[in-house]
Design a protein around this ligand. Structure first.
Ligand code: MLT
Ligand code: ZN
Length: 484
């Protein structure tokens, strides 16, 4: 990260008070430097590029500045500054999003929360940890461990994603099957609305039947209704020992049958799948193939193993599935190091395909619809993507599939995005047939915005617009995301 001192404004050099209304009106960025210190207003090209984008690569970043507040009061002042100057703000966490929700491409100011990374306090009776929005997921998980407890929401981007961003997208990840989404762990929220007011929502209450729960309206609103500045996060008992089983599956149809067999016998904490192509990309960057031969699909199942009986149940489940020819090979971890190696085969996928600037589909159906949905999707992709490599993986135990379509090296980004966008339109027909959603856990942002009306009714979208106008009357909070 680069920090440079930005040049002082001319007015300031001449000794004019920078707090005069005239300066504020004529030079909004100079006014920003007065609100924060100069070192916390970034305008260098590489900073704008770095902070102006998320992990989505389709949208060229072009913010006018990046600001780094350190307190709730500073966030409130920045929002009021944005209202006064009609300048849009893009709230920004770890920028690990995959739908362009944190991209600033129209001269917005990026409101980067990375300096608000304090872990505030913990109440052992309530088991609630208060944190600032910029706390990184992994730091939160570590803090939970230090209190002898567990924060179960987990994903591959745990080392850089921030809790504020996780809340803004209602992040899911690899343990949703057992522990639910981020929403399920937020006991309270402090949020700055679009006119700079601070809302303190729910105060960590387990029960609170006093009208609309605005906390849940804020969760998943992608920074369009308010800026999350602090959160009370509920923690839980750590799980017993976890084991990981990797199974080789001969055909798509067998995937959910294997799920049925394992779920009936084991306390599953994760049920993930990926294809041989996906594993090939991970292994190309290092690591060891767990089986001698190849299979078209793999299932990674994690389960609670408090004693030897769980391992025996896992072996019995494996044998049942093998007798039916639903699995052809399998391994079970015997140590945490082995479990980590197996998880790497799944968690390494996103990074391993990133150089191909994939177009991402992040879709969900009810668990009962996964098998027929996948079959329909395969026909669609075989027909529509004959020349592109399509990498399938995801959290099928909760009905969520990720499809990464890799960009051919010689294809321009615009033509590639257009081609994938057309197929996504057709995918919406398949989703409609199966009652699914175009975004399961990555949010709508910019990437899925064209398809929102395929999964939400015009009446719902009109109500969402009205809700936005209530919380963000000046339209300065992440405008153009989710809907126009
Ligand atoms: C994952 O589950 O690995 C992520 O949601 C990321 C992705 O879709 O690449
Ligand atoms: Zn995911």
């Amino acid at each position: 990260m680069h920090r440079r001192r930005a040049p002082r404004s001319v007015c300031r050099t001449l000794g004019t008070s920078s707090k005069t209304p005239r300066l504020t009106m004529s030079d909004p960025i100079a006014a920003l430097r007065e609100l924060l210190s100069e070192s916390r207003v970034l305008e260098q090209a590489d900073d704008l590029e770095h902070y102006g984008r998320d992990w989505t690569r389709q949208f060229p970043p072009a913010p006018r500045a990046v600001v780094l507040p350190e307190t709730v009061e500073e966030v409130q002042a920045l929002v009021r500054w944005a209202c006064a100057h009609s300048i849009a703000l893009v709230p920004s966490g770890g920028r690990t999003g995959l739908s362009g929700g944190a991209v600033a491409m129209h001269g917005e100011v990026v409101l980067c929360m990375e300096r608000m990374h304090r872990i505030l306090d913990f109440d052992p009776v309530d088991r609630v940890l208060h944190v600032e929005a910029g706390v990184v997921t992994e730091a939160l998980q570590q803090a939970a461990r230090e209190h002898g407890l567990y924060y179960p929401v987990d994903f591959g981007s745990r080392g850089s994603s921030q809790i504020g961003g996780n809340i803004a997208t209602n992040a899911g990840g690899i343990k949703v099957l057992r522990y639910g989404m981020t929403r399920d762990w937020v006991a309270s929220l402090k949020v700055v609305t679009g006119n700079g007011d601070l809302l303190e929502l729910n105060r960590d209450l387990v029960k609170n039947a006093t009208g609309y729960d605005l906390r849940h309206l804020m969760i998943g609103s992608e920074g369009t209704l308010g800026v999350v500045v602090e959160a009370g996060i509920r923690l839980t008992e750590p799980p017993p020992e976890l084991r990981v089983m990797l199974l080789a599956v001969p055909d798509m149809d067998a995937l959910m049958r294997v799920f049925g067999v394992l779920r009936a016998r084991l306390a599953l904490t994760a049920f993930e799948f990926f294809t041989e192509q996906a594993m090939g990309h991970v292994l190309a960057q290092g690591g060891q193939r767990p089986f001698e031969g190849e299979a078209p699909f793999y299932v990674l199942a994690e389960f609670e193993a408090p004693d030897e009986r769980a391992q025996e149940a896992a072996l019995a489940a494996f044998e049942t599935a093998a007798d039916e020819a639903w699995v052809v090979d399998g391994v079970i971890s015997q140590s945490q190091a082995q479990a980590r190696q197996l998880w790497h085969l799944r968690e390494g996928i996103t990074e391993s395909i990133a150089p191909h600037t994939p177009y991402k589909n992040d879709i969900s159906v009810r668990v009962s619809r996964v098998a027929p949905f996948m079959a329909d999707m395969q026909s669609l992709f075989d027909r529509e993507y004959p020349d592109f490599e399509v990498v399938w993986f995801g959290h099928i135990g909760d009905g969520n599939l990720h499809i990464g379509v890799l960009r051919p090296e010689d294809m321009a980004m615009d033509s590639f995005t257009e081609a994938c966008g057309r197929v996504t339109g057709l995918l919406c027909d398949v989703l409609e047939k199966h009652g699914g959603s175009i975004s399961a856990e990555h949010g709508v942002g910019l990437l899925k915005k064209p398809y929102l009306d395929r999964v939400r009714s015009p009446h719902e979208i009109a109500l969402m617009r009205q809700v936005k106008a209530v919380f963000d009357p000046h339209g300065i909070l992440n405008p153009g995301k989710v809907f126009d």
